[in-house]
Design a protein around this ligand. Sequence first.
Ligand SMILES: [Zn+2]
Ligand SMILES: [Zn+2]
Length: 144
Amino acid sequence: MQKKGYDDPLTRLSGKCRQYKLRVTPQRIAIYRELLKSKLHPSAEMIYRGIRKLFPNISFDTVNRTLLTFAEIGLVDVVEGYGSPRRYDPNVKPHHHMCCIRCSTIIDFNSDDYDNLDLPLEIPEGFVVLGRRVVLKGICRKCS
Ligand SMILES: [Zn+2]
Ligand SMILES: [Zn+2]
């Protein structure tokens, strides 16, 4: 029987940390949990605000560096195209984004059609496409 262990977030975290010889510290676990908890593709600042309740002495810099490390080892994605502050995405499976241009909310959605979009002819030969992400820009219900 196959265990679906890799889908368990904390198994993912400890697996990645082992692979890159990082220690699984309580802070790292808490930061990762906070990231998973939020469906809003949070910035470091948002994570920091949540994490301070658990670790009152943690610095913003630690949170920021931990998130950058997570991104480096492929545990989380950085959402492209939002400039600063960086937004993080714990969902590293293929998916697409809806984003509100007023409140900057980013919402995940799945679409088999978008996953399999035909590539435009302008894609230069030799460019290996590893993934597709469609971003729908608009105004969310709250803002409209
Ligand atoms: Zn909005
Ligand atoms: Zn996402």
